[in-house]
Design a protein around this ligand. Structure first.
Ligand code: I3P
Length: 128
């Protein structure tokens, strides 16, 4: 049986290293501060961890390290953007509460996978 046969642990959808900056909090614009972040998509949430070096997909478990922040994906919107950054491969994530993040990777295929996987979770939550 699977390690989560009781269904009590949310499903780990994806984890990896992305460049991240928060650009708005509750609709209020913030100064950009890009930094590498270990990003974990689990259940209905996107969870950010500060120290990418100490994180790997296999070592990640709920409660074994402290997330920097967590985003509820219910009602969130994703948009590819060329205007909000000079970097390539950037998309914006906006939460219902008006928090906005830019996520970026130098690797085209990798950032496309993230976009698709997060959008699939948002779509699933829209149907609930
Ligand atoms: C910002 C920093 C960001 C840059 C941003 C700058 O300067 O260089 O990397 O965004 O551009 O303001 P500072 O370090 O002084 O805060 P991008 O790399 O995404 O282009 P912006 O203000 O045009 O968004």
């Amino acid at each position: 049986s699977s390690p989560d046969s009781d269904g009590c642990t949310p499903e780990l959808e994806k984890a990896g290293l992305l460049n991240k900056t928060k650009i708005a909090e509750g609709g209020k614009k913030l100064r950009k501060n890009w930094s590498p972040s270990w990003v974990v998509l689990v259940g209905n949430s996107l969870v950010f961890f500060k120290d990418p070096k100490s994180q790997t997909p296999s070592s990640w478990k709920p409660g074994n390290s402290r997330p920097e922040s967590s985003v509820d994906l219910r009602g969130a919107k994703l948009h590819w953007t060329n205007e909000l950054s000079s970097k390539k491969n950037v998309f914006k994530l906006r939460t219902v509460t008006g928090n906005e993040f830019l996520l970026q990777s130098e690797t085209d295929s990798l950032i496309r996978e993230w976009y698709t996987t997060i959008q699939n979770v948002i779509d699933r939550l829209d149907r609930e």
